[in-house]
Design a protein around this ligand. Structure first.
Ligand SMILES: [Zn+2]
Ligand SMILES: [Zn+2]
Ligand SMILES: [Zn+2]
Length: 366
């Protein structure tokens, strides 16, 4: 059973029935997965992403761009500029792809992965294995207002973002060609955002990403040895000690991880064991959103509006509840540029202790 989960090899995909979901870009630049013949690592080569609009390219290093207003494809009135919505929170009686929405999820016009027709054409030329980057790449447009900073969203709209993640994961799980849905957010040019209108992304693929396979492997080994979830044990130790705890609600907790990759890195997790974000209740999502908002507001205060990413680590699509895995959000502010040691050897160096980071953020949390 575990081997199935850990298998990084892609499944061969059946034809996609819904032709309307197919974006007809020239085949020559269709995105593809390629496998590194030494490490087995999969990458995506997606030349058409170079065509996407960029309005944040001149942002200050480490900081967000100003909200310089060019024609924004995510603003109301520009709905024609995005593919048809796959989810929207809008009043009953309003038209699909019309205005009046509160939150909208649309396929990315410049996708890293996308639905393909027929066999994705896995080929190996000698050592070189490649196949069409089949999957979905969606954008969660978090609000109609042209806001660059998610912390400016009112509480109910901020909560809707986390509800939308869950709703999309549930829907994407119905597509049996997909194994994993990666949910992430880039805030600020330094963190990879290309448009100033606050949004998240979901990239669903037939592959389980390497980072998730590492976490599943490590937590699986721990569970085999101790019969417990390593995340649950970490939380128990952190809450008993307290020095790296940043804040908590009844069901959720935010900590500065013991071995961070970036200074002021934060993890937000449910206190009770849960491996599948899809199964999160409305109450949990409400508390998660409230705590995430306080954390990003705290980061804004302590680090003067840094660029950052947040992303969800959860079990693969259609998993049973896993006793060894525990979903969580990681938030990484761009407090330093990864350099030779990080890129070359995978070893991150941070100049601030997580104990100090937690103390600063605790003091800044309202
Ligand atoms: Zn906008
Ligand atoms: Zn757990
Ligand atoms: Zn993680």
């Amino acid at each position: 059973m575990r081997n199935d989960l850990f298998d990084s090899h892609p499944v061969i995909l059946p034809p996609v029935a819904d032709d309307t979901a197919i974006d007809h870009a020239p085949l020559a630049i269709a995105p593809e997965f390629r496998r590194d013949p030494v490490t087995g690592r999969w990458v995506i080569v997606a030349p058409e992403r170079s065509l996407r609009p960029m309005s944040l390219v001149h942002a200050e290093p480490h900081h967000r761009a100003n909200a310089e207003r060019v024609v924004c494809p995510f603003c109301p009135g520009q709905e024609y500029d995005t593919p048809n919505e796959v989810l929207a929170y809008r009043p009953a009686g309003t038209d699909r792809d019309g205005p009046d929405w509160r939150l909208r999820v649309v396929p990315n016009k410049f996708p890293a992965t996308r639905p393909t027709r027929g066999d994705p054409g896995r080929t190996s030329g000698g050592l070189f294995e490649r196949f069409a980057a089949a999957g979905r790449h969606e954008v969660v447009v978090e609000c109609p207002e042209h806001l660059p900073n998610p912390a400016q969203l009112p509480d109910d709209q901020f909560r809707d973002v986390f509800r939308a993640y869950r709703d999309r994961l549930i829907d994407l799980a119905d597509d049996h060609t997909l194994s994993y849905a990666a949910v992430f957010k880039n805030v600020g040019a330094e963190a990879g955002a290309s448009l100033g209108h606050t949004h998240s992304q979901i990239v669903a693929t037939p592959l389980v990403p390497d980072v998730i396979r590492l976490e599943l492997g490590g937590s699986g080994d721990y569970h085999t040895a101790h019969g417990r979830c390593v995340f649950c044990d970490v939380l128990e130790q952190e809450r008993a000690d307290g020095s790296r705890v940043i804040g908590e609600t009844e069901r959720m907790v935010a900590i500065a991880p013991f071995a961070p990759q970036f200074a002021y890195e934060v993890w937000v997790l449910p206190k009770a064991h849960a491996s599948r974000y899809e199964a999160a209740t409305g109450a949990m999502i409400g508390e998660l959103a409230a705590l995430m908002k306080r954390v990003v507001q705290g980061l804004d205060r302590v680090l003067a509006a840094p660029a950052y990413n947040w992303y969800l680590h959860t079990a693969p699509l259609r998993s049973a509840e896993l006793p060894q895995y525990h979903w969580h959000f990681e938030i990484i502010p761009r407090t330093a540029r990864p350099a030779g040691l990080e890129w070359g050897f995978g070893c991150f160096v941070t100049a601030v202790t997580p104990e100090r980071a937690a103390a600063d953020l605790r003091a800044a949390l309202n």
